[in-house]
Design a protein around this ligand. Structure first.
Ligand code: SAM
Ligand code: SF4
Length: 326
């Protein structure tokens, strides 16, 4: 297994399959006017599969498919089945806004999808509309029901908590774990791009969220649910599901970071918060063997930055989050 120059094992590849989305979340995408990648710039499934096979050679065993919205890319189940068949990839999941899950889950499940992360920031119809600019809460809720019905596990619900926008729904989100084996994760709001109107005062830290939860339910106890991600997990006594906290800003997990990202237009990103991008598509399209590609990725991971440089991230407008995939 390859380590980067700071000794971190790189085992997780996050693949964005499209920069398109059927929502326009206020913190992620502008309502209109976003420049989309031309189709010929987007990696084909064959190219993604080749990069995944090469990544596996350097120790990647966990793959997550993201977007934009991954479920709007045609025939995603083909990609799922192909990645599932790569020997050595032991964990494959998608991150989705959930709108198309109800419709597509049977074929994705047959293709080998076993787990899913669903992004959901409000359980109130009007507020869901205000955050996503689309009236689709019912579809997302149906997608969650369908994921439970079909037996995906684990099913994680990711809520970006923004002070003054949806922090009054924390308890309602915790209650989602009462009767159902969902893992609800509270995610810190991150500064991004030119549109997301981030301010430190809008962050609500894990400590504060925990104290809101404990006021309602009493002391919450940490649990080890082997979720492999960066969340701290807890359970309310007697509840079937779990809750977790992901705090990329207030609790840097750079020292434990095991991931690299592949953007839909074929760039390797070694750190979510860095401007650095490595053009793997150019290498691939110039004609390269699997061995050469493996060596290219292996060399690239040594360029992974040691830690977040938040000031530079905020100053240098990065690509929009929808063009990276979270
Ligand atoms: N469309 C899919 C979805 O929403 O799940 C996948 C792509 S989306 C960019 C991946 C994740 O990034 C979502 O959970 C979303 O809430 C999160 N995200 C986007 N912008 C964010 C921000 N500024 N701060 C925190 N999380 C953000
Ligand atoms: Fe689309 Fe996901 Fe971004 Fe929302 S967070 S606009 S669903 S890519």
């Amino acid at each position: 297994m390859n380590k980067d120059k700071y000794g971190r094992k790189i085992s997780y590849l996050r693949i964005s399959v499209t920069d398109r989305c059927n929502l326009r979340c206020i913190y992620c995408m502008p309502q209109e006017g976003i420049k989309l990648f031309p189709h010929q710039e987007i990696l084909t499934y064959e190219e993604i599969i080749k990069i995944t096979k090469a990544s596996k050679q350097i120790g990647i065993d966990t793959v997550r498919i993201t977007g934009g919205e991954p479920l709007i890319r045609k025939n995603l189940s083909f990609l799922i089945s192909q990645i599932r068949n790569i020997e050595g990839i032991r964990d494959l999941a998608i991150t989705t806004n959930g709108i198309l899950l109800d419709k597509l889950l049977p074929e994705l499940f047959s293709a080998g999808l076993k787990r899913v992360n669903i992004s959901l920031d409000s359980l109130k119809r009007d507020r869901f509309f205000n955050i996503t600019r689309q009236d689709s809460l019912q579809e997302v809720l149906k997608g969650i029901d369908r994921s439970l019905e079909i037996g995906l596990t684990p099913i994680k619900i990711n809520m970006v908590v923004i002070k003054g926008i949806n922090d009054d729904e924390i308890i309602d989100f915790v209650k989602l774990t009462e009767e159902r084996p969902l893992i609800v994760r509270f995610i810190e709001y991150m500064p991004w791009g030119s549109i997301n109107n981030w301010g430190e005062e809008k962050i609500i830290k894990a400590k504060e969220i925990k104290s809101i939860i404990e006021k309602e339910f009493g002391k919450i106890l940490p649990v080890d649910i082997n979720s492999r991600g960066p969340a701290d997990n807890y359970q309310i006594d007697g509840f079937k599901g779990f809750i977790g906290f992901i705090n990329p800003l207030s609790e840097h997990f750079c020292g434990k970071c095991n991931r690299i990202r592949l953007t839909a237009d074929g760039k390797l990103k070694l750190c979510l918060f860095s401007q650095q991008e490595i053009d793997i598509k150019a290498k691939l399209r110039a004609g390269t063997s699997l061995e050469e590609l493996t060596e290219f990725i292996s060399n690239s991971i040594h360029l992974k930055p040691e830690k977040i440089d938040l000031d530079s991230h905020i100053k240098n407008h990065p690509r929009e989050m929808s063009q990276i995939g979270g």
